[in-house]
Structures are given as C-alpha cells and as structure tokens.
Write a protein that binds this ligand. Structure first.
Ligand code: FPP
Ligand code: MG
Length: 336
C-alpha cells in the first residue's frame, strides 16, 4: 500500500537519484572508516561490544541526513570534514542510546541479532554506552561552543524523552499529545540537532538554520511514527525485533494511542501503559493491525512528511535537495 503523495513531492522525486546516498557516497565512506576506529578501546570488552552493535549494521540514517542537509545548504568541500565529524558524533550518540535503551526496555533483539544487553549483560552494555557517548563529545570538542551546546541539548531531550516514556507506561490516560511529546524528545531531537548543525557548518543564514532544525524535527517525528506502525505490522525479519515489542512492553506507541482514542482507555481491551501477554496481547495486536487504524497512523506521519517538504522548498534547488526529498519520502514508503 502506498500513501497518496502531493504533486510537488512527485516532481521532486522525478529529479532525484535512485538512491539518496549515491550523492554523498564518499562522505559516508569517510564516516564509516572513522566511526569504526572510534569504537576501539584500551579495554577489549568495551571495543567488542561497540563493534558488535555498530559494525555492518544500522541504517546510518542520521549521517545520511546530515550529509545531505549540509550539501543542500551549500556546504563547501573545505567544511566537509566538519560535517563528517558531526555525522559521526550523532551516530555515536544514537548508538549509545540504543545500548542504554535495551537495558531499560529489557530488549533482547536489536538489528536482527541478540542485543548487546542480552549477549554481554547489564553492566558491560551500560559502560559501553557511556563510552560511545563520551567518544561523541570527544569529537564535538573541536566545534564552536554553540554547536556543542546543540548536541548536548539534544542529549538532554533524549534522556527526558526516555524518562517521559517510562512515566507514560504507568499512565492510563495518555493521549496523542503525550505521545508526540515523547517522540519529539526521544527521536526527533537528534535529527533536529543534525539539521541545525549541518546548516550551521554549511554557513547558512539564521533563517535556513532554523528551517533545517525544524526539518530534522518533522523528519524524526515521521520516522518514529512509521517505526511504531511497523512494530505491530512486522514481520520480525524485517524490523529486526519481535512483532509487537512496544505493545508487549506497554510502551506508549502510535497504534496504542490511536486505538485508545477510538475505544477509550477503560474499554477493557487494553490501556496505555499496560504490558500485555498471551491472549490479551493477541487481541490488542489484532486491533492495532486494523487497516483503518494503520491508515490513520500513516496519515499523521504523512502530515510531518508534507511539513518537511515545505521546509525543503525554502532551499535553493539542487540534486542534494532532491536526494533529501527522496530520503524524506522513503520514511513513509517503508513497506506497510
Ligand atoms: C529507542 O526508542 C530509544 C531512543 C530513541 C532514546 C533512548 C534514550 C536513552 C536511553 C537516554 C540515554 C541518552 C543518552 C544521551 C546516552 P524505542 O525504544 O522506541 O526503539 P526500539 O524499538 O528500537 O527499541
Ligand atoms: Mg526500545
């Protein structure tokens, strides 16, 4: 099932390369090479865990987004090393949060294999996450203070988003606005920081920097909404974790808030924050896979995608801008 697409987006797609990453292939290779080196540690176990999580897996969506945003804002070759380091820093922060998130969620499958938490245990995964986080800020150390502050503020929002999500697990009255508050912090904040830093490093003016921050935010919101829908759709081989993980763990996800909005939290089928098992889990999963509910979820994600395209139109036309448009569309086109 494909979403309906506004005609402006269709035009942008027509001009875009087949794969948005093609235009920044050499930059992404540089990201990969340096990222791999930064995973090494004097303590073999730390390095082993970091390589286990990061090597050869992960979509590298944040580095791709940053590199395309940098070039779309006219980022010159003389500054590309800076953009590459910023991309690596954000990927390191993202990887750190995944290690910590699996500890908090008790996540045993990550990127299609046992999570670091399942394989190495609580303390080693915790410290490896700390290590990655510190590596990121070691890299940020050479940037101007305002850029380091952007990265730090995104991290603050990540932690607050994670705690807010935990608080919502116990909240039977959580609604769409609560959900948006969580994903704005736990996912969109890092993309917003990426957009802002990329535009700043490219030498863009204040209005463009603000637009790229917003663009990152809308992109991140759409990405998380689609991720939440795929959590109930699966299949496991595709999403790299068991179907309905959010539901089972009682996470306030998009299908949960939509279903609760329809039926009321007191309907008895389920309620936000209620971890589900057995027949109750099967029943709730069936409700959340209802095509009408999935369509409504996708429409919410599509609204963010449309907002991102509007922001993109404030940039000068270029193949990089077209590639960024394609990358944005790819989020909603992940198979439903
Ligand atoms: C994954 O979401 C989790 C996050 C995007 C954020 C996690 C943030 C922390 C653990 C705070 C720690 C912060 C720092 C800076 C180290 P998800 O659970 O929806 O995704 P999943 O289904 O892939 O697990
Ligand atoms: Mg999780």
């Amino acid at each position: 099932m494909k979403p309906s697409r506004p005609s402006g987006v269709a035009r942008a797609l027509a001009a875009a390369p087949a794969n948005p990453a093609d235009l920044v292939r050499s930059e992404l290779l540089a990201v990969e090479n340096k990222l791999t080196r930064l995973l090494d540690s004097n303590e073999a176990l730390i390095g082993e865990i970091c390589h286990y999580l990061v090597d050869g897996s992960g979509k590298r969506l944040r580095p791709l987004f940053i590199m395309l945003a940098f070039r779309s804002c006219g980022g010159p070759d003389e500054k590309v090393e800076d953009a590459i380091d910023a991309a690596i820093a954000l990927e390191l922060i993202h990887s750190a949060t995944l290690l910590h998130d699996d500890i908090i969620d008790g996540g045993v499958l990550r990127r299609g294999k046992p999570s670091a938490f399942a394989r190495y245990g609580f303390a080693p995964s915790l410290v490896a996450g700390d290590f990655l986080f510190c590596r990121a800020f070691e890299l940020c150390g050479r940037f101007e203070e305002r850029l380091v502050r952007v990265a730090a503020q995104a991290c603050i929002q990540l932690t607050e988003g994670e705690v807010m999500e935990g608080r919502m697990r116990q909240n039977a009255t959580a609604m769409l606005d609560d959900y948006l508050g969580v994903i704005e912090r736990k996912t969109a904040s890092l993309f917003a920081a990426g957009g802002r830093v990329a535009a700043d490093l490219a030498g863009a003016d204040a209005a463009t920097i603000a637009a790229m921050d917003k663009l990152g935010r809308t992109f991140g919101l759409a990405f998380q909404m689609v991720d939440d829908l795929l959590d109930v759709i699966g299949p496991e081989e595709k999403i790299g974790k068991p179907v309905g993980s959010d539901l089972r763990a009682g996470v306030l996800s998009l299908p949960v808030v939509l279903a609760c909005g329809d039926r009321g939290a007191a309907s008895g089928d389920f309620r936000p924050g209620a971890a589900l098992e057995g027949a109750a889990f099967d029943r709730a999963l069936a409700i959340m896979r209802d095509p009408a509910l999935i369509d409504r979820g996708r429409a919410l994600a599509m609204a963010q995608i449309d907002a991102a395209h509007k922001l993109l139109r404030s940039l000068k036309p270029s193949p990089y801008r077209d590639a960024l448009a394609s990358l944005i569309d790819e989020q909603i086109e992940r198979d439903f």
